[in-house]
Design a protein around this ligand. Structure first.
Ligand code: 4NP
Length: 162
């Protein structure tokens, strides 16, 4: 059996950005025929929304682009998630700080937009939190995440082949 690479998408509430990133990533690896090589999930560093479905606006924008988002929110747990997932893919710098505070190894943490070829080298790599904004914010976030996930998939394919 080939071992699977663990990829965990992390935001604050696990209802807006990270479930959308997870859905986009799942679709992209399925399209490339490599989904069996990955163990994928998402979580939040906060626990307010534990057990809830994704925000209806994330579900709606996902559905517009052909994604079915069935995730239930859960919070990050160290050491179990740090052991299970090789990569902890954070949406913004506050998520990174929270992961480090929770005990996650810094060497596993990456900002998702650091994989977008168009944003490499840019200073602000945060995916903005769309929770308190309007539906347009979710559309912007969708496109940011789709571009970043594309780069992440290429990175992981290189890693599989090396
Ligand atoms: P997310 O967005 O981190 O992208 O899921 C948020 C959802 C809820 C809250 C904050 C951010 N909240 O404070 O409840």
């Amino acid at each position: 059996m080939v071992s699977k690479t663990g990829v965990l998408f992390v935001c604050l509430g696990n209802i807006c950005r990270s479930p959308l990133a997870e859905g986009i990533f799942r679709n992209q690896i399925r399209a490339r025929g490599i989904d069996h090589r990955f163990d994928v999930d998402s979580c939040g560093t906060g626990s307010w929304h534990r057990g809830e479905p994704a925000d209806s606006r994330s579900i709606a924008v996902g559905s517009k682009y052909g994604l079915a988002i069935n995730h239930r929110a859960r919070s990050f747990s160290h050491p179990s998630d740090s052991d299970r997932f090789r990569w902890l893919i954070a949406m913004d710098r506050s998520n990174v700080r929270n992961l480090i505070k929770a005990g996650a190894p810094e060497s596993s943490i990456r900002l998702i937009r650091s994989f977008d070829p168009a944003t490499i080298g840019k200073k602000d790599l945060d995916v903005p939190d769309p929770y308190s904004g309007d539906d347009g914010g979710f559309e912007v976030v969708y496109h940011m995440l789709a571009a970043a996930c594309g780069g992440l998939v290429e990175f992981l394919i290189d890693e599989l082949e090396s």
